[in-house]
Design a protein around this ligand. Sequence first.
Ligand SMILES: Cc1cc2nc3c(=O)[nH]c(=O)nc-3n(C[C@H](O)[C@H](O)[C@H](O)COP(=O)(O)O)c2cc1C
Length: 175
Amino acid sequence: MRLQRTVVVGAASRHGGTCEIADRLADTLSRGLPAGWNVIRTDLSDLRDLDDVDAVVLGSAIYFSHWMHSAGRALQHVKDAPLLDLWLFSTGPISDVESEDAQVLSADAMVASGQAVEHRVFGGRLDTTHLSWVERMAVRVAHALPGDHRDWDQVDAWALHIRDQLAAVPDPATR
Ligand SMILES: Cc1cc2nc3c(=O)[nH]c(=O)nc-3n(C[C@H](O)[C@H](O)[C@H](O)COP(=O)(O)O)c2cc1C
């Protein structure tokens, strides 16, 4: 009998840019993983989506140096789950200034301690027409560059990298 294995892709996003990255990751994984793998895309509103799965790809937009609340909550939920492969990504950089974001540093620390497999930082998207007055002030202070800084080749390459690693995990039914 062949057991079904599941990878969940979840992301927190305020203005949609990070959601589109998660959609792309989930889509590439769905098309690339071998039979027996199931890909679920979650908006993180129901943490039960993350229970009893084999792998989680979890990401968030960074706002004021931190992940969004729903992603932080999801991270707490999964980080001590046994036998789970955890992949993390952050979107944010909208300027060339070297990032010292607190969440980026703590996600990197999770990789260093073996709690997560990898953490990637992708360029973000900044459309100033959708921002509140406070947000506009904040990005002005940060010298942020408006525009779409997402690199889809990088996103696709990471999805294929995850696919290769998941596909290499032996099927529990044949171990
Ligand atoms: C008010 C505001 C604060 C931000 N703060 C940070 C930050 O601290 N670090 C960072 O790398 N990016 C920061 N960003 C950039 C966002 O993370 C980036 O625009 C991201 O792509 C937004 O994702 P979303 O469309 O999924 O909400 C900020 C953007 C705004 C509008």
